[in-house]
Design a protein around this ligand. Structure first.
Ligand code: NAP
Length: 344
């Protein structure tokens, strides 16, 4: 069976996911698209064979009987309404991060999904599908490192555009670490603190950079993450898990070691898209298969809600200078990994 997918949002990542779902991955086809920019949606729809149907609005796309499952890649503030609409229609939905732009909106989605009695929502935290993170997780899960005690991470970008402003280092870049570290450690956060080092000369006047974010987990693991988004040398994701018996390092992306001009060197990536390009393929292929199997195996709406509450605590910690508790309560049994609910 080929999964017939409707995509809401035909911007940058929407177009990339459409290419994957229609041309590259196995078992799916894009039959419908929508974007507030109708001309763009029409252009994207025309490029497909057969052409996808263009819908005037996302809710009509969700309701169309020809659409089996929905991918939401529109602007963040619209995610809540389209995910809620998909739940109401009883259709599986893959929503790019963030699940929604406020914790309250994420909780609305969690409550609607629980009330529907079926797990339908997956959030686009693609680092869980990255081969190097999966290798690191294997070392933690098989006990090779002993119990994890500390985690040291860095999230570095060579530069950011003008639209990147305010607290986006915490609300836009850092959520990837928030999700992947919870998943790596199989643990939850209990507090957050943000320390502001000296500001780099490479940032703008109105943009704080870098940030040092500290998290503490329920099991007592201490995490520090440097988020440095005007770090001229390149895009660089580091993660080091210090355990009782050993240290696990996130492998570096593969690159050729050069002996040249009296130097031994590796290239450093400049574009974040290249670092995780394969993980997007794995993420969506596994989503297609899990939808067909009638379960959600990836990051859930609860994970999306947890990321939002954690990011809010970090923003509060930054502006107050205090250690802020993260109070979210226990994960509902609905989201326990053993309690997978049929998606269709
Ligand atoms: P983008 O290029 O701005 O695309 C978003 C699209 O949504 C635009 O075409 C926008 O139209 C459209 N849109 C806005 N309101 C809409 C509505 N009510 N109905 C339908 N379409 C609407 O942004 P992007 O970079 O693709 O990002 C999209 C989402 O993916 C964001 O949530 C982003 O955080 C996430 N993302 C995730 C990753 C990842 O690594 N997982 C990477 C990139 C992006 P207009 O431009 O006309 O407003």
């Amino acid at each position: 069976m080929t999964l017939k997918i409707g995509v809401i949002g035909t911007g940058a990542i929407g177009q990339e996911h459409i290419q994957r779902l229609h041309h590259k991955l196995v078992g799916s086809t894009v039959v419908a698209v929508n974007d507030i920019n109708k001309a763009q949606a029409e252009e994207v729809a025309k490029r497909l064979t057969p052409a996808a149907k263009v819908f005037e609005n996302g809710h009509d796309l969700v309701a169309d009987p020809n659409v089996d499952a929905i991918v939401v890649t529109s602007w963040g503030p619209t995610h809540e309404e389209f995910v809620l609409s998909s739940i109401a229609a009883g259709k599986p939905v893959f929503c790019e991060k963030p699940l929604a732009t406020t914790a309250e909106a994420c909780l609305n989605i969690v409550n609607a999904e629980i009330a529907s009695g079926r797990q339908l929502v997956q959030v686009g935290f693609m680092r869980r599908y990255d081969k190097s993170y999966r290798l690191l997780k294997e070392q933690i899960t098989n006990g090779n490192l002993g119990e994890p005690l500390m985690v040291h991470c860095a999230h570095r970008n060579p530069s950011v555009p003008e639209v990147y402003a305010g607290d986006m280092a915490i609300t836009d870049s850092f959520p990837h670490e928030i999700d992947v570290l919870r998943w790596l450690l199989d643990d939850d956060y209990v507090s957050a603190q943000v320390i502001m080092p000296r500001k780099t000369k490479h940032t703008r006047k109105d943009l704080d950079d870098p940030h040092m974010i500290l998290l503490e987990t329920k099991k007592g693991v201490r995490i520090d993450v440097e988020v440095f988004v005007n770090c001229p040398y390149g895009y660089d994701i580091q993660c080091q898990v210090v355990g009782e018996d050993g240290i696990g390092y996130l492998p570096e992306p593969m690159s050729v070691l050069l002996r040249k001009d009296a130097k031994l060197s590796h290239e450093i990536l400049q574009d974040w898209k290249l670092r995780f390009i394969d993980s997007y393929d794995v993420e969506l292929q596994e989503w297609i298969e899990s939808v067909k199997a009638g379960v959600v195996r990836g990051p859930t709406a609860w994970d999306g809600y947890f990321a939002s509450v954690t990011a809010d605590a970090c923003v509060e910690a930054k502006h107050s200078g205090k250690i802020v508790p993260i109070r979210i309560g226990e994960r509902p049994s609905f989201y326990a990994p053993t309690a997978l609910k049929p998606a269709a």
